[in-house]
Design a binder for this molecule. Structure first.
Ligand code: HEC
Ligand code: HEC
Length: 260
């Protein structure tokens, strides 16, 4: 038997054990402390040390879009959520369980702290969402057809209230993945075109301009390509207190439905 195959067979029981174990076996205070240390390395950037201040889903709540059982959450941490910023983590099985033991302490710390908890009315927020023309660039599931910005269905599950506030008042501070701003200058007086970068390769650049038109350029047609940073979304810094609160409550209510 070749060596690689032997290694695989030795690994197999531990993979199966991870799948079949449905309760976290590592929940002692020592495990929690070790989990906290690893959380600070791998998770804090998106979830915050309190589980509520990062750009990712709020963990300081008992709501879990992907299931509340130990095994559900083990799988999310190990495998990630496809199509989102939540990627899988190549960690040892015990390490994932210990991180989960710490995550459980966050959830208990604020039992009712879902994104939607906060001042402002969901109904009033929805009205200003429509009146402010947000649907011109966004969709919410089947509603609206704006394509310049991301679909916002589920945004309340994927982001904290604090991050959403920043997204509105200062969109350039953290740009949603896949929505990088590009500015190209076309040779021979063709002018400048600004938009959201779709794809680029050695020969071509494709972008969506402000009118949602897909524009493709050969690199040789261009005298410049810039990535000015910042967002294609206007800043809504002037939104007054109550309106901002209501808009946030509305966005927080967009939980995308429980997926499991
Ligand atoms: C690059 C950002 C990022 C990092 C790093 C990250 N997450 Fe996430 N996480 C997210 C996002 C975004 C979501 C929401 C996914 C979705 O749309 O359902 C999420 C979802 C989750 C969920 C599911 C929440 C639910 O409602 O079911 C858990 C649990 C979780 N993350 C834990 C962790 C842990 C533990 C770590 C570190 C090992 C980690 N995450 C690292 C961004 C991140
Ligand atoms: C001119 C087009 C445009 C308009 C109008 C617009 N947005 Fe955006 N929005 C974008 C783009 C592009 C992005 C992605 C880049 C970024 O994250 O800033 C975005 C991102 C966002 C995000 C962050 C998404 C994430 O994954 O973090 C939120 C929340 C949001 N918009 C809400 C709103 C609300 C609420 C309104 C109305 C008050 C609005 N937008 C109006 C274009 C627009």
């Amino acid at each position: 038997m070749s060596v690689p195959r032997l290694c695989w067979l030795m690994l197999l029981p531990s993979l199966l054990a991870a799948q079949s174990r449905d309760r976290n076996p590592h929940t002692s205070p020592k495990d929690v402390a070790e989990g906290r240390r690893m959380y600070a390395l791998f998770c804090v950037f998106c979830h915050g040390m309190d589980g509520a201040s990062g750009r990712g889903a709020r963990l300081a709540t008992t709501f879990r879009r992907h299931g509340t059982s130990d095994l559900d959450q083990y799988r999310v941490i190990a495998n990630g959520v496809p199509g989102t910023e939540m990627s899988g983590h190549f960690l040892e099985e015990e390490e994932i369980w210990r991180i989960l033991a710490f995550v459980r302490t966050l959830e208990r710390a604020t039992p009712h702290g879902a994104c939607a908890t906060g001042p402002g009315s969901v109904g009033a927020g929805r009205t200003s969402f429509v009146e402010r023309g947000c649907l011109g660039c966004h969709s919410v599931g089947a509603e609206g057809s704006g394509r310049l910005g991301p679909d916002l269905n589920g945004i309340g599950a994927a982001r904290t209230r604090e991050h959403l506030r920043d997204s509105l008042s200062d969109p350039g501070r953290s740009v949603a993945p896949g929505y990088r701003t590009v500015l190209v200058t076309v040779r021979n007086g063709g002018g400048e075109v600004r938009g959201v970068l779709l794809t680029q390769d050695e020969y071509t650049v494709h972008l969506m301009d402000g009118g949602e038109r897909i524009r493709s350029f050969r690199r040789e047609e261009l005298s410049g390509i810039q990535f000015p940073g910042g967002s294609n979304m206007p800043a809504y810094a002037a939104l007054a207190g109550t309106e901002m609160d209501s808009l946030l409550s509305y966005l927080c209510s967009l939980q995308g439905g429980a997926l499991r």
